[in-house]
Design a protein around this ligand. Structure first.
Ligand code: ZN
Length: 290
């Protein structure tokens, strides 16, 4: 599943290719067309296909931002801003190409679902093998409830204080620290892989209850989260599952993991414990993490 660093890479890769482009049309795959006509929410959420097409055609792409794991396309038409919110689900990817075949990865060519036609003649293509991703048209950002509920970006001033305040809530005291940091109302964009890595770096056992983590360890953990997310961005994201960047390439952060997906601890060389915590497969070292 693409996590924050991977989505950040998609944003950085896409931005120079699409900002300033005028949208001249949209086409949908057969799977999307059939799904939507059967009343499902296949990839295009909230509106029918004709409305989505009509609402974005004729608009210029003004900006592309990331909020947690969401991409926010700001569109402008006659000085009015409006938006597409997109989530990559388990296996979504964006490409900007002259023709579909130029994507270069057969799976992503076969599983294209939304093609946004640009005035330059290029295509902004959304591909998604498992179809858990989404594109949602909204008129105002305030209408995106899923985004309004997210904690500040971990790199922003105030994110650490926000996290410390959230952890004091009675809601979290009996919960494991791992569950808390993976909740986007506590930390924005800390998914399973990076949560495992951050807990390892901060030397905290993921089973530890929030009430049993001292304030100084809580602060250390937040710094570790910021560190691993930054490392993830620096090394192109990880390619566990099927993430591909805009160039169709994989990231290589997975080669730098100290604990996630490993048999032996990258710090002490001891065995790695694997256990399901907060519904996700969790890796940790009982020697290094207390
Ligand atoms: Zn260890």
């Amino acid at each position: 599943m693409p996590e924050l660093p991977e989505v950040e890479h998609v944003k950085r890769g896409l931005s120079p290719k699409i900002i300033g482009e005028l949208i001249t049309g949209v086409t949908f795959s057969e799977k999307v067309t059939i799904g939507k006509s059967a009343g499902k929410q296949t990839i295009i959420k909230g509106t029918d296909l004709e409305t989505f097409q009509r609402n974005i055609t004729g608009s210029t792409i003004k900006a592309l931002d990331r909020r947690s794991k969401y991409l926010i396309f700001t569109l402008e038409n006659e000085l009015q801003e409006h938006f597409i919110i997109s989530h990559l689900g388990m296996s979504g990817a964006y490409f900007v190409v002259d023709q579909l075949e130029d994507i270069g990865v057969p799976n992503y060519i076969n599983h294209w679902h939304v093609t946004i036609h640009l005035q330059s003649g290029r295509l902004l293509v959304y591909s998604d093998i498992r179809r858990f991703g989404e594109l949602r048209y909204i008129e105002r950002l305030e209408d995106a409830a899923q985004i309004m509920a997210i904690a500040p970006e971990p790199f922003d001033d105030g994110a650490s204080d926000y996290y410390l305040t959230q952890l004091k809530s009675s809601r979290w005291q009996e919960k494991t620290i791992k569950e808390a940091i993976m909740n986007h109302s506590v930390v924005s964009g800390c998914g399973n892989i990076y949560a495992c890595e951050a807990l390892h770096l901060a030397k905290i056992n993921p089973n530890r209850k929030v009430k049993r983590v001292t304030k100084s360890k809580r602060i250390e953990l937040f710094q570790a989260i910021v560190h691993v997310l930054n490392e993830g961005i620096k090394y192109g994201g990880s390619s566990i599952s099927s993430y591909r960047n805009v160039e169709g390439k994989e990231g290589y952060m997975q080669t730098r993991f100290k604990i996630y997906g490993r048999k032996t601890c990258g710090t002490c060389g001891g065995p790695v414990t694997a256990k399901v915590i907060a519904t996700r497969n969790t890796h940790y070292c009982t020697h290094c993490q207390k």
